[in-house]
Design a protein around this ligand. Structure first.
Ligand code: KG4
Ligand code: ZN
Length: 359
């Protein structure tokens, strides 16, 4: 596929991009509902769905304008079909289906996590598979193995809160606004990370799972006890919290890479933009002789470039893909994506007939 137009609408952002087969970004644009969410302190699915409907067309037009292309110049469409909030997902998937049908070009359904893992694919520094991937966001915190055929399996995941969720909930208790991760990151810069002691769960355990609820509960207790913080103490508290979360993520990733003999680590998801996590991983990977790929910060948080990049790779593997009959799913383990794509729309084909070859 020469040029892919992609949409990402699984959560906060209405994002669109056009990427060519060499990985060059020809156009990208996104609209974020974060200001609207700020009033409520978090994601509100109904507001999200309505805002996606309002913004999907302007964002699409902007991307074509930036790329100096028309829809007729596009060779395929891609969209996030799972996992995520069903309303927002539906807006992107239905828009993509309409475009694909109107233009008579194929559509590929992408899993949000494969997008995050492949956000840097074809960048100079992006490793050849196999590699280990740490994906950390507001909804996910997990380690994935990506094999030489780019098949992805979960190696460990959070048993309770995601790391981004912990940042956001702690930030909310400090009245920092949403999302709190980047604000805590900024405040931590002048703080003393040793001032408050926060627990890191399951440090010595064999498995590669994470847990952040104990850390979050302890942090909320400290806030209750000391509130209101003066500016100095707040910076120390942010630095201490960030240090504990970043250390938990870094230690498990290095342990998994060493034990499973991965020579490269890729990170992604909003929390991968965290400056202390990037610093700790850079040092630890250098010491362990592991190649580390740090995506640009703009491609850590949700974006459509990552969906286009994943789609290029999937089209290269299955050139006849077309998932026009796929349904969006709120949950879908990454291991299920190949089967999901294979069987997408079988009910529709049974009912109405169809060109099974193209599905
Ligand atoms: O990947 P993403 O944009 O959306 C999800 O799929 O969840 O990640 C958003 C999450 C939020 O929890 C936000 O607080 C966190 O990423 N985040 C950060 C930073 N930038 C975004 N957390 C810590 N430090 C940052 N610099
Ligand atoms: Zn995400």
């Amino acid at each position: 596929m020469k040029k892919i137009f992609a949409l990402e609408t699984s959560c906060d952002d209405t994002a669109a991009a056009i990427v060519d087969q060499s990985g060059r970004v020809l156009g990208e644009a996104s609209f974020s509902k974060l200001e609207e969410y700020n009033i409520f302190g978090g994601v509100v699915p109904e507001i999200g769905s309505r805002a996606h409907i309002e913004h999907i067309l302007p964002v699409t037009k902007e991307v074509f304008r930036m790329a100096s292309l028309t829809p007729g110049d596009i060779d395929a469409i891609a969209a996030t079909f799972a996992p995520g909030l069903v309303g927002p997902l539906l807006v992107g998937a239905q828009f993509a289906k309409g475009m694909a049908q109107a233009l008579n070009i194929p559509l590929v359904a992408i899993h949000h996590i494969e997008g995050h893992i492949l956000a840097g694919h074809q960048d100079e520094n992006f490793p050849q598979a196999p590699f280990l991937a740490l994906i950390v966001s507001g909804g996910h915190t997990a380690l994935y193995g990506c094999d030489e055929n780019y098949l992805i399996t979960t190696m460990g995941e959070t048993l309770d809160d995601a790391a981004g969720e912990a940042f956001d909930k702690i930030g909310r208790a400090l009245s920092l606004g949403y999302p709190a991760g980047p604000i805590i990151d900024a405040l931590a810069k002048t703080g003393n990370k040793e001032k408050y002691s926060l627990p890191i769960a399951m440090r010595k355990e064999e498995h590669f799972n994470f847990s952040f609820s104990g850390l979050k509960t302890k942090a909320l207790e400290i806030i209750k006890k000391h509130a209101p913080f003066n500016e100095h103490d707040r910076a120390d508290f942010c630095a201490s919290t960030q240090e504990a979360i970043a250390l938990a993520l870094c230690e498990k990733s290095i342990k998994a890479a060493v034990e499973k003999k991965y020579q490269a680590l890729v990170i992604g998801g909003g929390v991968a933009a965290n400056s202390r996590l990037r610093e700790l991983l850079t040092i630890a990977c250098q010491n362990a002789g592991i190649h580390l790929y740090l995506p640009k910060k703009q491609y850590c948080t949700d974006n459509a470039v990552m969906i286009a990049k994943a789609a290029h790779l999937r089209f290269a593997e299955h050139p006849n893909s077309n998932h026009l009959f796929a349904d969006v799913l709120a949950t879908l383990p990454i291991e299920g994506i190949e089967e999901y794509r294979r069987s997408a729309g079988s009910l529709f084909i049974d009912l109405f007939g169809g060109d099974a070859e193209r599905i």
